[in-house]
Design a protein around this ligand. Structure first.
Ligand code: NCD
Length: 314
């Protein structure tokens, strides 16, 4: 059966919008993209298309991989980082900025500190908007690449035990990935965080119907059990009181010693950047995928997503 491109012309705002069929479609295409990149080939399928990357918050990987994805497919880019130096500094509204760039480009990727900003942009825009992180809300394309990475390793989701570690209150990557995993199969979650940084209650309520959840403070309590260890940074920029941040910033450090207790076929993931929560001597452990597979997959998945949204793959 030929699968339909459910991404065509759509805004990509939340993982809630994806069906299992969408994911299967996208990941087939991402696998092809990965082969193109690996073979050192170029494609021209997005020639004549332009993407604006509108980043109001710091970014390296997400920004860089979207730019690379567009260019590897022959498309053009308007890369705008450090939006404080643009017309925003003169008081321009998000809507006006969006209406400007929809005239120049065929798709807009936006990162912004406010929850709901991508949706606001989508309401103002006639071209597709991709949410590259809206404050503590969601980060749907990160969740896609994370799921692609997990499936690449385990082939299926059913039966996996996944530990999310760190700032689960403010980390948008864990918000999106937990929802996406819960939708895709029978998983079990371990939420490992300091008490003040637990997963938001409303999100837990949403997940509880589908997934068994255990909340703990210590990593030692779960390290032996899990298949996926997904570590995140304590999100300093979300703290209004920095002395509270100072108290929790070094709460977790994944060390060689800790990894010696983990399963042999575990994967250790991190959306990056890390600020000390994974010790660098763990980088060469064959189970660490954050600087290798996970990162490479970000490029392939974003290539597939841009091509699908712009209607250049069927
Ligand atoms: C994450 C983000 O921006 O939410 N980074 C990323 O996109 N890979 C995680 C983070 O900043 O901690």
């Amino acid at each position: 059966m030929k699968r339909k491109n459910g991404f065509l012309g759509k805004d990509i705002l939340s993982v809630d919008q994806f069906s299992a069929e969408d994911i299967t479609f996208l990941f087939r295409k991402a696998t092809l993209m990965k082969k193109i990149v690996k073979a050192g080939k170029n494609s021209k399928i997005l020639q004549g298309k332009i993407m604006t990357a509108l980043f109001y918050e710091p970014s390296s990987r997400t920004f860089g991989s979207f730019i690379s994805a567009m260019q590897r497919l022959g498309g053009g880019i308007i890369p705008l980082q450090g939006m404080t130096y643009s017309s925003v500094a003169k008081g321009e509204t998000l809507e006006d900025t969006i209406r400007t760039f929809e005239c120049y480009s065929d798709i807009i990727v936006i990162r912004h500190p406010e929850v709901g900003s991508a949706k606001k942009a989508a309401l103002a825009s006639t071209v597709p908007i991709i949410n590259a992180g809206d404050g503590v809300g969601e980060h749907p394309t990160q969740a896609l690449l994370d799921l692609f990475t997990i499936l690449g390793k385990f082939k299926k989701i059913d039966g996996l035990k996944v530990a999310f570690v760190g700032d689960l209150l403010n980390g948008r990557t864990v918000h999106s990935l937990s929802k996406l995993l819960a939708k895709m199969g029978k998983v079990e979650f371990f939420f490992v965080s300091p008490k003040i940084l637990r997963m938001p209650e409303d999100l837990k309520d949403q997940l509880k119907n589908r997934v068994l959840i255990t909340e703990v403070e210590k990593l030692d309590d779960v390290i032996k059990k899990v298949n996926v260890l997904y570590v995140t940074r304590i999100q300093k920029e979300r703290f209004s009181n920095l002395s509270v941040y100072e108290r929790v910033k070094n709460f977790y450090i994944v060390t060689k010693k800790l990894m010696s207790q983990a399963k042999k076929d575990l994967i250790l993931m991190h959306p990056l950047p890390r600020v000390g929560e994974i010790s660098t001597d763990v980088d060469n452990d064959s189970r660490s995928v954050y600087l290798t597979e996970q990162m490479r997959n970000g490029l392939s998945v974003r290539m597939a997503l841009l091509a699908a949204t712009l209607g250049k793959i069927k």
